[in-house]
Write a protein that binds this ligand. Structure first.
Ligand code: MG
Length: 304
């Protein structure tokens, strides 16, 4: 099941996405007298198993619901959770080749993390799958990309053991962890350089856990202006998704709708020789097979 949030210009609707069409889930639910609140992605996620069952019934009868199907073309896709309640949780340095390229730039010997390295991106960083990403070159001279698999939490919990961690996953989406490397270094803390407005495109949809099955089979890639820069497999993660959820939830309650971005493979711009910064006009395409792609244009802005 591929779930999207989109705008028709007047309102935000949540839908089932299939073959260039979107099934308006709130309208479909009304037609089938479903009690579940299908009005937003967060209400669907928070509805738990009862709402999941309603979605299954709607999907099974979707061909009858001709009035609720909309042509996707005039709709604007939004981040699947357009305004998350909490910051986007992120894992840094989770692919060996990416760790090596970072240490190589610093001229230091590679050291592997012993536990996942967590940070967050502010909610205002969340951007739509095809949204422009602003670049203020008076603020950053080294703006970079990072394609990542993002996990959306379904059932919340604290102290979740690795063995049952995947049961807490609602689904998966694509994230691009845009990063101002110079701010990241200057502030000696990652939050500022990773939380600029619009620097976290998410989408284009959430694919539910059942449809993805084993997430380690997924492959990520990223291109800039058609030139491939990153390619990796989720199986290459140092800390896998159960380990990440177990570590993050230790003494810290995860809530339905929380988003965890799980790190990026090698090929980032700052580690290239010479380093490559994003510039105005660049088109960055971040893709994960079986989920979809983010297509974001870098737009140079000037501050007053
Ligand atoms: Mg990252």
């Amino acid at each position: 099941m591929r779930l999207v949030s989109c705008s028709d210009g007047a309102r935000t609707l949540t839908g089932l996405w299939r073959d260039g069409q979107v099934l308006d889930l709130a309208a479909a639910g009304r037609r089938l007298n479903e009690a579940a609140d299908l009005g937003s992605m967060l209400s669907i996620i928070r509805g738990g198993e009862a709402t999941q069952a309603a979605l299954q019934r709607i999907e099974a009868r979707s061909s009858e619901l001709t009035d609720a199907w909309l042509d996707a073309a005039p709709l604007r896709l939004l981040a699947p959770i357009p305004v998350p309640v909490r910051n986007v949780f992120c894992v840094g340095r989770n692919y060996l080749d990416h760790i090596k390229e970072g240490y190589a730039v610093a001229g230091r010997e590679t050291r592997l993390p012993e536990v996942p390295q967590f940070f967050t991106k502010a909610t205002g960083a969340v951007n739509s799958p095809e949204g422009d990403v602003r670049l203020d070159s008076r603020l950053t001279q080294l703006f970079d990309y990072e394609v990542e698999l993002a996990v959306v939490i379904g059932r919340g919990g604290r102290d979740i053991p690795p063995a049952s961690a995947l049961e807490h996953v609602f689904g998966y989406t694509v994230a691009n962890d845009f990063t101002a490397r110079d701010l990241q270094r200057r502030h000696e803390q990652w939050f500022k350089g990773k939380s600029l407005d619009g620097s976290c495109p998410l989408g284009p949809c959430i694919v539910d856990r059942a449809e993805i099955g084993d997430p380690t089979t997924l492959e990520l890639s990223l291109s800039v202006n058609g030139e491939e820069r990153q390619r990796g497999r989720v199986a290459q993660m140092i800390f896998d998704i159960p380990a990440i959820i177990a570590s993050l939830s230790a003494g810290l309650t995860l809530e339905p709708g929380d988003i965890i971005s799980t790190g990026t493979p090698s090929g980032v711009g700052f580690a290239m020789n010479p380093p490559q910064a994003l510039k105005g006009g660049d088109l960055v395409v971040a893709r994960i097979d079986r989920i979809g792609e983010l297509r974001n244009r870098i737009v140079e802005v000037s501050r007053p």
